[in-house]
Design a binder for this molecule. Structure first.
Ligand code: AMP
Length: 419
């Protein structure tokens, strides 16, 4: 497999798929440029080698061309970050894009307009009538898949090599994230630096495990984490269950959970997971006590109670101090740690302490030599809120992509390069 470090981009044109799907305010100011900064090492390496860059990205979920999701809004900031002029093509597969890409000289950069202005990027039909028949749907799908080939070929035609640095979309088999790779031979396609780091971090927790291996699964619903939990039960030594899904387990075990969030149709599943954990010799760690509230609000009255003794009218919004200590002990003794999902409603300061205690224990274990990976949506927001992102081994930039990788799925964006 080719690597970006080994590749000399001098005189080459590189199509780089990045994830510049940054949040913008109503005046189109970028409110968080993390994703743009994450791609800089890759872009700078190519420019530094004397190559030229054609950047492709999506922004938002447009249903067609619209000013709201135009990548032109991020052009000035991209120029500032890169320290070079960046050209712009108003249509990612129009004549202008082809001409500008062909004319690129060493060290020059071209940003293409939002790839998702075309349905072909995702390969999903758009604008189907709500009452479309199954035949109409199938025909529309077939048509977009056909035109997707032309679209992909056009994008590939701009460049001599392909670099995928968009881990956030690696779980999608889209034109620019996966299909395009088929137009480059194995020596001319590679991961960018960000993608390389993500792939290595996932590999370390899924395949190159130092034991004990502890996963902390939090968040709201067990139903959205079933496949992950099942996959992890074959790998981890300890599985800590936290957050809202605690109460589905507690209820399944016969406890009183008051108004706590619970998926009544998943009680059997919870029992089944407990059974599987036992069969696999996994130490499944559940909360003992909860911080409960008399309303879903930061200012609610609170008390600490055993997790299965929550009075009517109250709900569990975080773990209690006994549980904090129990979780922290397991985490501190671990050598590989994966954290996905908060232990409570961390957005409310009064219910963030459990998540903070988990973060602190992970930081301590990391200082003692453990490898810690934090990722998958809200745990990233959590670790950032606590200002501890630089004290764990790796914070993933991929939400859905990371979760699918932990589920054990081969991500199309990775497979397309590794083939
Ligand atoms: P997820 O997207 O599944 O990782 O869930 C994250 C969300 O779960 C966060 O917004 C938390 O506020 C929420 N959450 C965590 N614990 C609880 C709880 N005990 N009750 C309700 N929501 C919770």
């Amino acid at each position: 497999m080719q690597t970006i470090d080994n590749y000399n981009f001098a005189g080459k044109k590189a199509f780089v798929r990045v994830d510049f799907n940054v949040p913008l305010d109503e005046n189109f100011n970028i409110t968080d440029d993390t994703r743009m900064r994450a791609a800089l090492p890759t872009l700078k390496k190519i420019i530094g080698d004397g190559g030229s860059v054609i950047i492709g990205s999506h922004l938002g979920r447009p249903k067609g061309p619209t000013d709201k999701f135009s990548l032109k809004h991020i052009l000035p900031h991209l120029q500032e970050l890169l320290g070079v002029d960046v050209q712009f093509a108003n249509d990612c597969v129009g004549e202008e894009a082809a001409v500008k890409a062909a004319a690129l000289q060493s060290g020059e950069v071209l940003l293409l307009e939002n790839l998702r202005f075309y349905a072909e990027e995702e390969g999903k039909p758009r604008g189907l009538a709500e009452d479309a028949t199954d035949e109409e749907k199938a025909a529309a799908k077939k048509a977009v898949k056909e035109s997707q080939k032309e679209f992909t070929k056009k994008l590939a035609s701009y460049a001599d090599c392909y670099v995928n640095d968009a881990f956030g979309t690696a779980h999608r088999a889209h034109a620019s994230t996966a299909l395009i790779a088929a137009y480059f031979d194995v020596n001319n396609k590679m991961f960018g630096y960000l993608m390389e780091k993500e792939v290595k971090a996932v590999d370390k927790v899924m395949n190159d495990i130092q034991r004990p291996f502890t996963a902390i699964m939090g968040g709201s619903k067990v139903s959205s984490k079933i496949e992950i939990i099942e996959n992890l039960l074959g790998k981890v030594d300890n599985l800590i269950i936290a957050g809202g899904m605690t109460y589905t387990f507690t209820k399944a075990l016969g406890g009183n959970i008051g108004l706590s969030i619970c998926e009544a149709d998943k009680l059997d599943l919870a029992l089944d997971l407990l059974k599987k954990a036992k069969e696999n010799g996994v130490n499944l760690v559940l909360a003992d006590d909860a911080k409960i509230a008399d309303s879903f609000s930061n200012d609610a009255n609170t008390q600490f109670v055993p997790v299965g003794e929550i009075p009517d009218g109250w709900e569990g919004l975080d773990i209690g101090p006994k549980t904090e200590e129990k979780f922290a002990k397991v985490i501190r003794e671990s050598k590989t740690i994966l954290w996905n999902g908060p232990t409570g409603v961390f957005e409310f300061d009064n219910f963030a302490h459990g998540s903070l205690s988990v973060a602190e224990a992970i930081v301590e274990a990391t200082k003692n030599g453990a490898f810690s990976l934090v990722g998958g949506g809200d745990s990233v927001a959590c670790i950032n809120k606590f200002g501890m992102a630089d004290q764990v081994s790796y914070v993933s930039t991929g939400g859905g992509a990371l979760l699918e990788a932990i589920e054990g799925k081969k991500l199309p964006g990775i497979a397309a390069i590794e083939e």
